[in-house]
Design a binder for this molecule. Sequence first.
Ligand code: GDP
Ligand code: MG
Length: 293
Amino acid sequence: MTTRSGFIALAGRPNVGKSTLVNAMVGRKVAIVSDKPQTTRRAIRGVATTEDTQLVLVDLPGVQRPRDALTERMQARVEREVAEDDGVLFVLNAEEGVGPGDRWIARVLERVTVPVVIAVNKIDRVREPRLLEVLVEAAGLGVGDDVFPVSARTGKGVGPLLEHLRSLLPEGPFFFPPEAPSDQPLEVLLAELIREQILRRTFQEVPHAVEVVVEEIEDRGDDVIVRARAWTETESQKAILIGKGGRMIRAVGTAARRALAQELGRPVHLDLTVDVRRKWRADERLLDRLGIE
Ligand code: GDP
Ligand code: MG
């Protein structure tokens, strides 16, 4: 049997639904989702395998103008990754239409040599006349030969998009075992699940200031002990994350423990501590250690 395989990178402004779309295409949750920008700091891959094709989805961070060391790295990563992929899926938000941020990304993508496919996401949020307008605006961006209207939330249109992306893949062997949904180390996946719970409960600068590292996973057979540390940049962020009388961190811990138990299929004891690491976002050495390139 001839197999096809390859990588498709997702580009798009924060919050357009890239992570949700990866999850919808893979058929399970591999990339964490939140309504806060910059949720995805790492190029998490989702793997969608059929009998004869393996589509590896690279969930890129939102393309943004560089501001600090972290966003500069993101930007560099986007450009580097895209050059090595078999195609780019450029995701737009139907509800918001095409804006300056999308046009800026389109200009970045004009320079890539691989095929660009546009997905107009969140079509469940707009009526048909508005959708048609956005589809025309999307085609007017000047990148991408095909525009697919989709809803990552309801799954509408995701099938035809997947089929098209698969058709872009070259012949070749699979990169991952067919059953593998993701290439993330377990520590990273668990840390992201914990961070997702923090993102849900914090506001303003706090979500972006927090990084979670899983330091130890102790498998005891019947249950699993997970030791994790949440880093904040300042004492006041730490105080917010802990909350009055520890209320916030307990709520995070309870929800995260549930998410981890669901992922691991066993009860989890979560040992979550909060620490301050000043300016971790500008600290290149720490970024290296965390695997953020
Ligand atoms: P990313 O930053 O591009 O990765 O965006 P996310 O996947 O994290 O999604 C951002 C927000 O949009 C989340 O609240 C999602 O639940 C929501 N979202 C994503 N796709 C859809 C969709 O098709 N319809 C609706 N209504 N909401 C969506
Ligand atoms: Mg994301």
